[in-house]
Ligand binder design. Structure first.
Ligand code: DGJ
Length: 546
């Protein structure tokens, strides 16, 4: 038995070779077998096509140590309770390659087969060279050889707990392993249960802005690659080395380029095996008050180095923000910074507590293809740690509300967003009214509106928990839904004397893309605007004037 087999005896590679081939044959199909998920862009709007149509990721990310057969029974009930349609979950390099060049696909196969049983899609997270800026998921045989797979050196000459992006051996090892992982997915996932893959996890370094090892220093003192100079329109008039071209930003930009080039090479190799959309997640810097690079994770795709990542790592399709920041303004600013024509907006990690669940609507309103709170499973993560409460149904309830509402019309919402016909907002901290313009009509959203009082007199909910979404279906026809809010309409033209008339308000549900009404709202249900509490309700509204 090798040391790795002793560590993971029940997952030894040899045990699975035969079972694997059998499993690849026997797994039930899910969706169109010919259509690999892909990203599309149109007029600056984006969609993830799954089985050929826009798909909205109503995601949940499992805790870091949940992707084990013994723990998954505590993951699925949470996924189900949340009404999530996608589980984001890690694939651990240390488990996948227990000995050099020996790949153990048992965990991947276990995830695929269980996801199919539950009718849930997967986003697999490749915990490879980087995990939160460190290299703790490198296999044991790599950890035992730090000379070949070194960490970076800080400005004071001490080792920093972050892998060197200049290690040729580490890059070769990660490239080989990630390629094997993607090739395996291609072989066993014609059903496209896996719709996206995350390459590494929160890349970059805490504790040092860059690597100050002699090899890194030599590169830093050398010329900035012309590709980067051209793409950034940087001036090389003062010289060509990093300091001369980028001045005070040189250390950070050099590290971003180094990390992005490494990750880009890993991603390109994996994509060659299987061209699934790939993304990299980001430990953010404060978008309003960033401070120096020494105060955040330097080298990852923070907002200021997105253009560097785009040049260095073209095989990475999405640079995605992990949003743990508090407050409306910061949340919104992050969404704005990452929703770009050249970058699809995806929120792969975020808070899912009662205060933050409403940001699901804000993300939708910025065109997100997915939104996924972190750590909502029953695995009892960091057991006993002070201040980490157990996840219970009460913990999951706020996000479950969002997903229970949208899951039955997920395809419609994704399509409307891609077509530019959807607007969605979350209840603001201070204001209690929002106006959404749809040409001739303006939707007015209020929070904490008084019962049996007309109009726009919302006082706000006791805590901001509301959210609304309005989709334009025709010139005078709208899909309207929300939580803890009131939605009404008025004629946009301010000088108009025309009043809005609810010609017909139908409550119903979508079935295979068709809206089936179950009742008509009228009387108290429409006279004061369209009121939503915490019951999931979908309305089709036909407007007229008098
Ligand atoms: C961000 C990381 O990407 C996750 O894997 C996890 O460590 C969370 N932070 C914990 O808050």
């Amino acid at each position: 038995m090798t040391p790795a087999q002793r560590t993971f005896p029940f997952l030894a590679a040899s045990q699975f070779a035969v079972a694997l081939a059998a499993m690849a044959q026997s797994l039930p199909a899910q969706g169109n077998l010919d259509t690999i998920p892909r990203l599309v862009e149109q007029d600056g709007r984006h969609a993830l096509l799954v089985d050929g149509a826009p798909f909205l990721i109503l995601g949940v990310q499992a805790h870091n140590s949940s992707a084990w057969p013994a723990v998954m029974p505590r993951v699925w009930p949470a996924v189900e309770f949340l009404h999530a349609n996608t589980l984001e979950i890690p694939v651990y390099w240390e488990q996948f390659e227990p000995d050099p060049g020996e790949f153990n696909t048992s965990s991947v196969d276990m995830l695929l087969s269980q996801a199919r049983e539950h009718g849930i899609r997967l986003v697999l997270l490749w915990f490879g060279t980087w995990k939160n800026g460190s290299s703790h998921y490198m296999p044991l045989w790599m950890k035992l050889n730090p000379g070949l797979y070194p960490r970076i050196i800080g400005v004071d000459g001490r080792r920093v707990d972050s892998p060197s992006p200049h290690s040729v051996a580490a890059l070769a090892a990660d490239t080989r392993a990630f390629s094997a992982f993607m090739a395996h997915l291609r072989a066993v996932d014609s059903a496209h249960t896996v719709i996206l893959v995350q390459v590494e996890n929160e890349t970059g370094s805490w504790g040092s802005v860059r690597d100050y090892s002699p090899e890194a220093q030599k590169l830093f003192d050398g010329p900035v690659p012309q590709r980067l100079v051209d793409a950034l329109g940087a001036s090389t008039a003062q010289g060509t080395n990093w300091r001369a071209v980028f001045g005070a930003n040189a250390d950070e930009f050099f590290h971003a380029w180094s990390v992005a080039s490494y990750v880009g090479a890993v991603a390109a190799a994996g994509k060659k095996e299987y061209p699934l959309p790939l993304y990299v997640n980001t430990a953010l810097r404060d978008p309003l008050d960033p401070g120096p690079a020494s105060t955040y994770e330097s080298g990852g795709p923070t907002d200021n180095v997105i253009p560097i990542w785009k040049v260095a790592a073209p095989a990475v399709d999405i640079l995605a923000p992990d949003i743990y920041l508090k407050g409306d303004e910061r949340y919104r600013r992050v969404l704005e910074l990452y929703a770009r024509r050249d970058n699809t907006l995806l929120v792969p990690e975020t808070r899912g507590d009662a205060e933050a669940a409403r940001y699901f609507f804000m993300a939708l309103g910025h065109g997100a293809i997915g939104w996924s709170p972190f750590g909502l499973d029953y695995s009892d993560s960091t057991p006993g740690a002070f201040g980490v409460p157990r996840v219970t149904e009460a913990t999951l309830a706020p996000v479950a509300l969002d997903f229970r509402l949208v899951e039955p019309m997920m395809r419609e919402i994704a399509r409307l967003n891609f077509e530019g016909h959807l607007q969605a907002v979350s209840e603001p901290e201070a204001e209690h009214m929002q106006k959404l313009d749809f040409g001739r009509w303006q939707a007015v959203v209020t929070y904490g509106a008084q019962p049996f009082s007309r109009g726009r007199d919302g006082l706000g909910n006791p805590k901001p928990v509301g959210g609304a979404l309005v989709g334009k279906l025709g010139e005078n026809e709208f899909l309207v839904s929300g939580e803890s809010c009131r939605v009404d309409f008025r004629v946009s033209e301010p000088a108009s004397t025309l009043q809005r008339d609810f010609l017909r308000v139908e409550e119903g549900a979508y079935s295979s893309g068709v809206f089936k009404p179950t009742r008509i709202w009228n009387g108290d249900e429409t006279d004061w605007g369209l009121n939503f509490n915490t019951e999931p309700r979908i309305l089709h509204v036909l407007l007229g004037t008098y």
